[in-house]
Design a protein around this ligand. Structure first.
Ligand code: 3UK
Length: 514
């Protein structure tokens, strides 16, 4: 028999860069803090030793609930070095959600930013598996201090001899309905993303500087701000605050990244800000990426015309770790998610599981080496989503004759009006194409006869009057997407309910309006 194959991602993403002579090169920059690849490597050895000293053994789990500062990559990659599995938690959740995740994951230690401590502290007494709390930054608390633990730890340790198929880390899926699911990713997945999307689509190079408005705990940010830049020894700019048009522009201007990762709402909000001009942004920007939800065509085009850089819309998921279907530089088709990217295969299937006919709408399935190993302790959901080599996305798409994929909404949001399908998504796109509209969400609503019709919730741009808008918007929808699809009701609202990762929670609007 052969010896089992050994692969620990930390060797590829951290050690290889040091071996290649990049020890003094900045890997991460946040505010005035710089972390070189050499410092990162030393820190990960120390972190591995800290875990050992806390008696956290390989294969056990720890939680990282931290802001995007230079400590984050040290904790994350240090855990991988020790063979310990970090569970990267969203920093924007409620105590109930943390209760669920910390209980479900049975983490033995929690590494938490000082400012987030008050949210989770009430839970500590009733988490039987939690043995250690380590606080990053801050003082005057009763817990172990991350910086002192690290400083005291030896700078050499062994690297756990993990398998390429072994769980490396978890992310919780931010499903817009139902309980969150622990998504288990293996050691070989980050490099799969870096090679196929990072190198293949972005053409990532060592002299690139990446900046992601999506945080590291989100798979999109994890790829854009860790896996992809680190795979080639590039530099990442981190921003630990709240992303707003102003803070993002300041970071773009100050650090002049070459690649920027944003979400559609942010691009739209930035464009609504008159100070969003090339001279106030990065002088070196070569690619912008959008993911998380579909990028409206007009947002993409307006950005390109104003900022002189294309936005590459691509779809990814927590289950696939990163983007598997994307637009490409020089061949962008705004209003689409682009084409299949090498390394991934796609299918569109109907309700019976058969491939749909050309041009027909179907559920998107994806096959590729970055698929998760499954959900933690949710066998039925795992089997439904990870059906053999194919992962079900829950997204509806059509594929045109040129191979471009057109997003048609989630499988569960579609409804019928007068027997004909309405995709809330396409109605929303027709609404946001109107200059007065910042954001729109459409749900099914019963009329006085108990028949289902579209209802729109709309956030207007600043200083826009509602006068006559209802009629204009109805006409716009009828003309652009179909006469039966226009909203019979419009509610003008201040904001839309969203998940922590920015996805519209249509089910909340449905409940509110029922
Ligand atoms: C939706 C999109 C249309 C789609 C993600 C990039 O968003 C990410 O992961 P999540 O698990 O959500 C996945 C779901 O979000 N979606 C994402 N991108 C697009 N819909 N156009 C898009 N471009 O419903 C998908 O199933 O939070 C994004 C990289 C890694 C990610 N995890």
């Amino acid at each position: 028999m052969q010896t089992p194959s050994i692969y620990n991602a930390v060797s590829d993403f951290v050690d290889r860069n040091v071996t290649n002579g990049l020890a003094d090169k900045p890997a991460f920059i946040e505010g005035g803090n710089v972390l070189t690849y050499g410092e990162l490597q030393r820190g990960t050895y120390q972190m591995a030793n800290v875990l050992k000293s806390l008696d956290i053994r390989p294969e056990a789990r720890i939680a990282i609930l931290a802001h995007d500062t230079v400590e984050y990559p040290v904790m994350y990659w240090g855990a991988l070095r020790a063979g310990v599995v970090p569970v990267c938690l969203n920093t924007l959740l409620t105590v109930e959600q943390y209760d669920y995740m910390l209980t479900d994951s049975r983490v033995q230690a929690l590494f938490v930013s000082a400012s987030l401590l008050p949210v989770v502290e009430p839970l500590f007494a009733r988490l039987p598996f939690l043995r250690h709390v380590v606080v990053v930054g801050g003082e005057g608390h009763e817990y172990a201090d991350y910086a002192s633990l690290l400083e005291q730890a030896p700078t050499q340790s062994e690297t756990a001899q993990t398998s390429p198929d072994e769980t490396a880390f978890w992310l919780y899926s931010s499903g817009s309905t139902g309980a969150p699911k622990g998504v288990r990713h293996v050691h070989s997945s980050p490099m799969y993303v870096a090679e196929n999307y990072g190198a293949g689509v972005l053409g990532i190079q060592p002299d690139d500087i990446c900046f992601s408005a999506a945080k590291l705990f989100f798979a999109y940010g994890y790829g854009g701000a860790m896996a992809i830049p680190m795979s080639v020894g590039a530099t990442t700019v981190l921003f630990s605050g709240r992303p707003t048009p102003q803070t993002i522009l300041e970071t773009l201007k100050t650090h002049a990244p070459t690649v920027f990762f944003g979400v559609p709402t942010l691009y739209a909000a930035m464009l609504a800000d008159t100070s969003c001009q090339p001279e106030n942004s990065s002088a070196r920007l070569r690619i912008c990426v959008s993911a998380g939800e579909a990028l409206p065509e007009n947002v993409g085009k307006t950005w390109r015309d104003r900022m002189g850089v294309d936005i590459l819309d691509g779809i990814g998921s927590t289950e696939m770790l990163h983007i598997f279907l994307s637009n490409r530089t020089g061949a962008v088709r705004y209003g689409t998610s682009g084409k299949e990217i090498p390394g991934y295969e796609l299918r569109l299937i109907d309700e019976s599981g058969a491939d749909v006919a050309a041009g027909e709408i179907g559920e998107l399935l994806v096959k590729g080496g970055s698929a998760a190993d499954g959900y933690w302790n949710q066998r039925n959901k795992s089997r439904q989503t990870f059906a053999g080599e194919w992962t079900h996305t829950g997204d509806k798409y059509t594929c045109d004759a040129d191979g471009f994929y057109h997003y048609c909404g989630r499988t569960d949001d579609m409804f019928k009006v007068s027997g004909r399908w309405v995709s809330p998504f396409e109605v929303e796109q027709a609404l946001v194409a109107h200059g007065a509209v910042l954001e729109a969400a459409v749900v099914a609503h019963e009329d006085a006869n108990g028949l289902i019709k579209p209802k729109a919730f709309i956030v207007l741009n600043a200083d826009v009057s509602q006068d006559g808008l209802f009629e204009e918007l109805k006409a716009q929808v009828k003309e652009t997407v179909g006469p039966w699809k226009y909203p019979r009701w419009i509610a003008f609202v201040e904001s839309l309910p969203k998940t922590a990762t920015g996805k519209i929670q249509r089910y909340k609007l449905r409940e509110d309006t029922a």
